[in-house]
Design a protein around this ligand. Structure first.
Ligand SMILES: [Zn+2]
Length: 463
C-alpha cells in the first residue's frame, strides 16, 4: 500500500521541482527516507510514500508542524534569493493557520484559465507569485498560450502577475531549503536547483541535502562570466559527481537593485561536467588555477569544450590556459592527467596517435618554444588546413630554428628524420587528430618525469 502525491504541473520547471522536494521532505520527516520516492513524469512529479492510506493523517500533521517550526517567522523567506520585503512577510505562517495536503492527492486536469486562477490551480488561500518561488515570474508571464486572454477578439498575453496558493508557496520554500544550492558570486546571489530525470529515492534526497550544506559556506568572491557558473559550482563540490548524476541543473542568477532582478536563467545537463570532475583531481586543480589567475578566456573555452564536447575548442583552450596562468618566470603547462582526459574523452583521439613516440618527440620541440612564450608555431599548426601545407612548412621552419638553437649550444631536443617521416605519415592519414594531439601535447607537461626535469633545467638555463 502507498500514498501518491502529485505536483500541480504549473509549467515552471523550478517551481515544480521545489514543490516536489517540499512534499518529499514532509514525507521523509513523517515516515523516514526509506519510505519516500519521487518520480519525474515530464512536467510534474509523483511522490510515492510507502505507507498505509490510514496513516496519511500524519502527513498533514507533519506539514503543519514544519510550517510552525520553520516558517512562523520571516527568517527563511528573507534569506531566500528572490524574496524581499513585503513578500517575505506574506509567506510567514501565523499560529492559527492550518493547512492540508489533500489537493496534492489527485491530478488536477481542468484549468479554469481565469486571470484570477492560481498558477497551481489549487483552491487554497493564495499569495502573489514572486521571483523567489518561480524565477520566470520576472520574465514576461506566459504559459505557452494556455493563459492567453482574448480581449476584443485579439489574443493578448496577460501582464498582471499571477498568484500561487499558499501551500505551494510554503512547499516551494521547504524544497528550496531542502534540496537546492544557494551561494554568492561576488555581489550576485545564485540558486541552483537539481532537476530530477527519472526516479529519485529518499536516500538520494538526503544526500543532496547533505551536499548543499557544503556549498552554502562557499562564496566565490570574484566576478565570473555567467556561462561558467555550472562548471565552477560543480568543481567546488567534487563529491557531487555521484550524487547529481541523473539530474539537470536549473540555475538562476539574481542581482539586487531596488528589489530582485533576474540576471540569468539556465537549465543545463551536467553529465559532461560531472565526468570531467570525477576523472581526476588534476581536472579540478586546473579549474582552480584558472580561477586564481582570473583566466576567464581559458575557462570559457574549456567550458565550451566540455559542455559541447567540442574538440575544436581544445587547442584554443590549451593555448589560453598556458598564456593566462603562466607568470613571468614560470611557464605553466597542462597537467598530464588533464591532457590525457581531454585528448581521450573529449577529442576522442585514438591512443595510437596520443601515445605515438614520434609525435611526442616533435611535441617536445614545440614545447621548447612554448616555454619561451613563442606561441606562433603552435598557433600556425592549430590553424593549418590539410590542403594548405602550412603544417609542413611551419614544422620545417620550427626545426630550422631549433637547429640554430642547437648550434648556439642551447639544450633543445629535436626529432630524428625517422620520427619526422612518421609524423607526416600520421598527418597524412588523420590530419585533424594528429595536429590537435601535437598542439595539446606541446602545451602540457612532459609525460615522463626525467624528461620533465630536463626541460625545467633547459628552461632555467634559457632564462
Ligand atoms: Zn497550489
Amino acid at each position: 500500500m502507498s500514498i501518491t502525491l502529485y505536483t500541480p504541473a504549473t509549467g515552471f520547471p523550478d517551481l515544480e521541482a521545489k514543490i516536489a522536494y517540499g512534499l518529499a521532505r514532509v514525507g521523509i520527516e513523517a515516515f523516514g527516507m526509506e519510505k519516500v520516492a519521487m518520480h519525474d513524469e515530464g512536467g510534474f512529479y509523483r511522490i510515492v510514500i510507502d505507507i498505509d492510506e490510514n496513516e496519511s493523517g500524519k502527513l498533514d500533521k507533519t506539514f503543519n508542524l514544519l510550517c510552525r517550526r520553520l516558517l512562523s517567522s520571516s527568517y527563511i523567506p528573507f534569506n531566500t534569493p528572490g524574496i524581499a520585503g513585503r513578500s517575505a512577510e506574506s509567506i510567514s505562517v501565523s499560529q492559527d493557520e492550518i493547512f492540508s495536503l489533500d489537493s496534492y492527492k489527485s491530478i488536477i486536469f481542468s484549468a479554469e484559465n481565469r486571470r484570477t486562477e492560481n498558477i497551481c490551480r489549487h483552491g487554497n488561500s493564495f499569495i502573489g507569485n514572486i521571483i523567489g518561488i518561480t524565477v520566470a515570474t520576472s520574465y514576461h508571464h506566459k504559459r505557452d498560450g494556455i493563459d492567453t486572454s482574448i480581449q476584443q477578439n485579439v489574443p493578448r498575453r496577460p501582464t498582471n502577475p499571477k498568484n500561487v496558493c499558499k501551500v505551494c508557496a510554503l512547499l516551494s520554500l521547504f524544497g528550496t531549503w531542502y534540496a537546492s544550492f544557494i551561494f554568492n558570486i561576488a555581489d550576485r546571489e545564485v540558486i541552483a536547483i537539481p532537476i530530477p530525470k527519472g526516479k529519485v529515492n529518499g536516500i538520494k534526497l538526503q544526500e543532496i541535502y547533505t551536499l548543499q550544506h557544503q556549498i552554502r559556506k562557499n562564496w566565490i568572491n570574484q566576478e565570473i562570466p555567467q556561462v561558467i557558473i555550472p562548471l565552477i559550482f560543480l568543481s567546488k563540490i567534487p563529491s557531487s559527481a555521484d550524487i547529481l548524476e541523473g539530474f539537470d541543473l536549473f540555475i538562476a542568477v539574481f542581482s539586487r537593485q531596488q528589489g530582485y532582478h533576474v540576471d540569468g536563467l539556465f537549465l543545463v545537463p551536467v553529465e559532461h561536467y560531472l565526468d570531467f570532475i570525477r576523472q581526476t583531481p588534476y581536472n579540478i586543480a586546473t579549474i582552480d588555477n584558472m580561477l586564481r589567475r582570473g583566466a576567464y578566456s581559458a575557462l570559457q573555452e574549456l567550458n565550451k569544450a566540455i559542455y559541447n564536447q567540442d574538440k575544436t575548442s581544445l587547442p584554443i583552450f590549451a593555448r589560453l590556459y598556458v598564456q593566462e596562468t603562466s607568470t613571468n618566470n614560470f611557464t605553466n603547462l597542462l597537467y598530464t592527467e588533464t591532457r590525457k582526459y581531454l585528448l581521450r574523452e573529449v577529442a576522442m583521439i585514438s591512443s595510437e596517435i596520443i601515445e605515438n613516440s614520434a609525435l611526442g618527440s616533435l611535441a617536445r620541440t614545440l614545447r621548447y618554444f612554448i616555454r619561451e612564450k613563442k606561441y606562433g608555431y603552435a598557433d600556425d599548426i592549430r590553424n593549418a588546413r590539410k590542403e594548405s601545407k602550412v603544417f609542413e612548412s611551419t614544422v620545417a621552419k620550427m626545426l630550422r630554428e631549433g637547429r640554430l638553437r642547437l648550434e648556439q649550444k642551447k639544450m633543445i631536443h629535436l626529432p630524428t628524420d625517422e620520427e619526422m617521416k612518421e609524423v607526416f605519415r600520421m598527418a597524412n592519414a588523420d590530419f585533424e587528430d594528429t595536429k590537435t594531439a601535437l598542439v595539446i601535447l606541446a602545451f602540457s607537461f612532459a609525460p615522463r618525469a626525467e624528461e620533465e626535469t630536463n626541460e625545467i633545467i633547459e628552461e632555467v638555463q634559457n632564462a
